[in-house]
Design a protein around this ligand. Structure first.
Ligand SMILES: [Zn+2]
Length: 500
């Protein structure tokens, strides 16, 4: 059974060659046959010279990586319809979009896009020696949104979207086969639209990703195709990683892969961003390889963290038990996203202030402080320090609001002032993660943007708390990016469409 570890480089990871060697070493040492590089726009394709963000992986890095690790298959995971957003939101890439300034899918009815897909496949095959070439295909939720697609697919089949999907992907998969390689594609769209599987070349490998339970129910639906069972480390929805959910998912997928005699096992590891560095989960990667061989392997996931076990227990088990925003859910971690993604950390206060009320803040800090105490290295410590700063930021905002509501502007400002330094220290953690393991460059900027916004909000409190407007804007209004003095009714909010 083929064992793959897939690393997600698309969340702004910027690995040096040494970092790539480090990933490959972990993969090899753990017993994986292959290292998957999930790329999206983070590969410097010659066909898209306009998409090479700073730190994108280069063809030369791949040549070196392949030469240095000849026994490890380096599998490219490229995206040729959905998850094209890193291209679509550049000036040159916007012409390929399915919808205007929305979503993450390109238009399969745009001949220029189809031609670009062909160029990307040809280039990928020329650079990567891997037998398997994974061409994406997941999460194409915008199928048939544009008028060109609607006209094309009308009346073509009972399930027109399935038709559109397979019309796009069948020739691309065949192109990989014609080059003497084996194509691979994610399975989710076939599960959603079974008719999409018609005409898909039977030599295609289906990567069936199921992040809860296993693939027992889904893999048999791909009868006639070789299937790879894909569990994940539950990170995208976690403060750090949900231990129990990860353990169940990996063990169940491994068991199903054995029971159903599947072609392989691929541990997907997604979204080590928002100040959660990749190297903090490396022990889980090694553990999953052993479980893939033996689903009943006696070592538990948390035990596999060795000297970091106490740290992992605090952040991966105890924090989850706090419930609320810390619980395992199907949603990306809301507190982290609201603090860091939109450039306005006060959104986190608006939605999650109950996390630091009624003594909950002390309980959270106790768990996080414990993890700091036990953190054996920089990668673990940085996760903990970032989480502590996030909880402290919520506490600061909540206290500042109380003073603001009580018309104590000086007290509100003096509460908010240290929050600037919190985000400064978060930016430093981001920089360390970037230098140590090629972590997100955007994380550093996110923290700087948040800090600037806090300064703006402090100034607004100075300017408007004295009654100058004749009314006191609600705290979430004053701290919003779109706050406009005298727009008491918030027409920027009432007319949300004008901001789309
Ligand atoms: Zn279209």
């Amino acid at each position: 059974m083929l064992k793959i570890w897939m690393v997600d480089f698309a969340r702004e990871q910027s690995p040096t060659l040494d970092h790539l060697y480090h990933y490959a070493t972990i993969a090899q040492r753990s017993g994986y046959d292959a290292l998957g590089l999930y790329l999206e726009h983070r590969f410097a394709f010659a066909a898209t010279p306009w998409s090479h963000g700073k730190g994108a992986i280069t063809p030369s890095q791949i040549e070196h990586l392949q030469a240095e690790f000849p026994s490890l298959q380096i599998i490219p995971f490229i995206n040729l319809l959905g998850h094209f957003e890193g291209f679509l939101y550049t000036e040159e890439g916007r012409e390929y979009r399915e919808e205007n300034f929305s979503g993450l899918q390109a238009c399969p009815s745009n001949p220029k896009f189809v031609s670009l897909c062909e160029q990307i496949i040809d280039e990928t095959i020329a650079i990567f020696k891997s037998n398997i070439i994974h061409i994406g295909g997941d999460e194409t939720a915008q199928l048939g949104k544009c008028t060109r697609c609607q006209e094309r697919m009308k009346g073509q089949a009972e399930d027109e979207k399935a038709w559109l999907y397979r019309e796009h992907f069948s020739p691309l998969l065949q192109r990989v086969i014609d080059s003497g390689r084996r194509p691979a594609i994610w399975g989710d769209m076939f599960l959603e639209r079974p008719d999409a599987l018609k005409n898909i070349p039977t030599n295609t490998l289906i990567f069936d990703w199921q992040y809860e339970n296993g693939v027992k129910e889904t893999a048999p639906k791909f009868a006639g195709y070789d299937v790879i069972a894909c569990p994940t480390t539950a990170v995208y929805n976690a403060a750090w990683m949900h231990i129990e959910r990860t353990e169940n998912n990996v063990r169940q997928c491994a068991q199903d892969a054995h029971d159903l005699d599947l072609a392989g096992f691929c541990l997907t590891t997604w979204e080590q961003t928002l100040l959660n560095p990749y190297d903090s989960i490396f022990p889980a990667v090694e553990w999953a390889s052993a479980v893939a061989d033996n689903p009943a392997w006696e070592t538990s996931l948390v035990d596999s963290f060795g000297e970091a076990k106490e740290w992992a227990t605090a952040l991966g088990i105890e924090l989850e038990k706090m419930g609320g925003v810390w619980a395992a859910s199907g949603h990306r971690h809301k507190l982290k996203c609201r603090l860091l993604l939109a450039g306005n950390p006060f959104l986190a206060w608006l939605h999650h202030r109950d996390e630091v009320q009624n003594g909950r803040d002390k309980e959270l800090l106790l768990i996080i402080e414990k993890s700091i105490h036990y953190a054996p290295n920089e990668e673990c410590k940085n996760v903990s320090l970032a989480l502590r700063a996030m909880v402290e930021a919520l506490m600061i905002m909540d206290e500042a609001h109380k003073h603001y509501a009580a018309r104590q502007p000086d007290a509100a400002i003096s509460k908010l002032a240290p929050m600037r330094y919190l985000f400064e220290s978060l930016a430093k953690l981001g920089k360390q993660n970037h230098e140590r393991i090629g972590g997100s460059l955007a994380d550093i900027e996110r923290c700087k943007i948040a800090k600037r916004h806090i300064e703006i909000c402090i100034q607004r409190i100075r300017d408007y708390e004295n009654g100058e407007l004749g009314y006191l804007p609600a705290f979430e209004v004053l701290t919003n990016h779109r706050f406009t003095p005298h727009d008491q009714a918030c027409w920027w909010l009432v007319n949300k469409w004008a901001n789309e």
